[in-house]
Design a protein around this ligand. Structure first.
Ligand code: F6P
Length: 325
């Protein structure tokens, strides 16, 4: 191993910058050269890369987004796209690639690595969705959840002042991880998750009970992957039955992806970046570095991708109704 490249791909996540910094400095410390790839896999195809040194990653620990930029790149899914990427990497003498992203990123990485096994590939789980097998937490999840909590606390102020019922949609794709944690943290009256079936009738009964029990405001968090057809449809269905509250809908949207990474994500990004380079130096490839029980653990990309089921914590699921009474 003599020269590695690093890229971020898919949805950006707070903590990607601390991770890039760790990759660059760990590699340089070990005598490797480092190349930064701009815009994820698109940069491999377009040959949009630059040599990085220790100063290339100065003062980025606190920055949201990713200094390398990111993209959801369709051409990399084609044979021609992968061949072009390989040619560009080889021309620069690159023999290792660290990819920071989610399952779409890993799918591309694994296909590429199977086609061109002479370039080592290590994945770092970077997505706010927390939906990857092999790491209890993904980069960005903690910051995004804190951002959501801050926003919902503010909504609670106004909901309470007006005695209103709010439906708030949060991100997470098919995962309810952000919704569940934000819901418990903000005392949401109900949390609708893709992982758990909740009948709208059941929701209506509990919201009516909340009013009867003198709740002044109510907040229902809806994970974007929830199966009821969207937050507006749910609000409409409830509005027909629940007359005591004025109903409002808020979709938090992309503000959830931004912001300065939390302490947790800065540490996690640094640990995972450090581990990714060390794994590569140890001769590993087609692996993902993750955090399990506060230890760094390697999982094969194959396994990380095939074990789609990311389980939410059982106790959190149980307490969500009990604590919000
Ligand atoms: O994977 C991160 C994520 O923010 C998801 O929570 C969301 O479903 C998706 O990306 C949105 O993607 P885009 O920014 O491309 O619209």
């Amino acid at each position: 191993l003599s020269k590695i490249a690093v890229l971020t791909s898919g949805g950006d996540a707070p903590g990607m910058n601390p991770c890039i910094r760790a990759v660059v400095r760990t590699a340089l410390y070990n005598g490797l050269q480092v190349v930064g790839v701009r815009q994820g896999y698109q940069g491999l195809i377009d040959n949009n890369m630059y040599d990085m040194n220790n100063r290339s990653v100065s003062n980025i620990l606190n920055l949201g987004g990713t200094i390398l930029k990111t993209a959801r790149c369709l051409p990399f899914r084609t044979e021609e796209g992968m061949e072009l990427a390989y040619k560009n990497l080889k021309a620069r003498g690159i023999d290792g690639l660290v990819v920071i992203g989610g399952d779409g990123t890993f799918t591309g990485a694994l296909r590429f690595s199977k086609k061109f096994p002479d370039i080592a590939v290590i994945g770092v789980p970077g997505t706010i969705d927390n939906d990857l097998y092999g790491s209890t937490y993904t980069l960005g999840f903690d910051t995004a959840t804190n951002t959501v909590i801050e926003a919902i606390d503010k909504i609670r102020d106004t909901a309470d002042a007006h005695d209103r019922l709010f439906f708030i949609e949060v991100m997470g794709r098919d995962s309810g991880a952000i919704a569940l944690r934000a819901g418990i943290s903000c005392g949401a009256e109900a949390i609708l998750l893709p992982e758990k079936e909740t009948a709208i009738e059941e929701l209506i009964v509990s919201l009516k009970a909340g009013h009867y029990n003198k709740k002044s405001s109510s907040i229902v968090i809806v994970a974007e992957g929830d199966k009821h057809g969207g937050v507006y449809d749910i609000a409409k269905a409830v509005e027909k039955e629940v007359k005591n509250y004025d109903i409002k809908v808020t979709i938090l949207g992309h503000l959830q992806r931004g912001g300065s990474p939390s302490s947790f994500d800065r540490i996690l990004g640094s640990r995972l970046g450090f581990a990714a380079v060390n794994a590569m130096i140890a001769g590993k490839t087609q692996q993902m570095v993750g955090l399990q029980a506060n230890n760094i653990v390697l999982t094969s990309l194959e396994e990380a991708l095939n074990q789609h089921e990311f389980k939410l914590e059982e106790d959190l699921m149980q307490m969500m109704e009990i604590l919000s009474i």
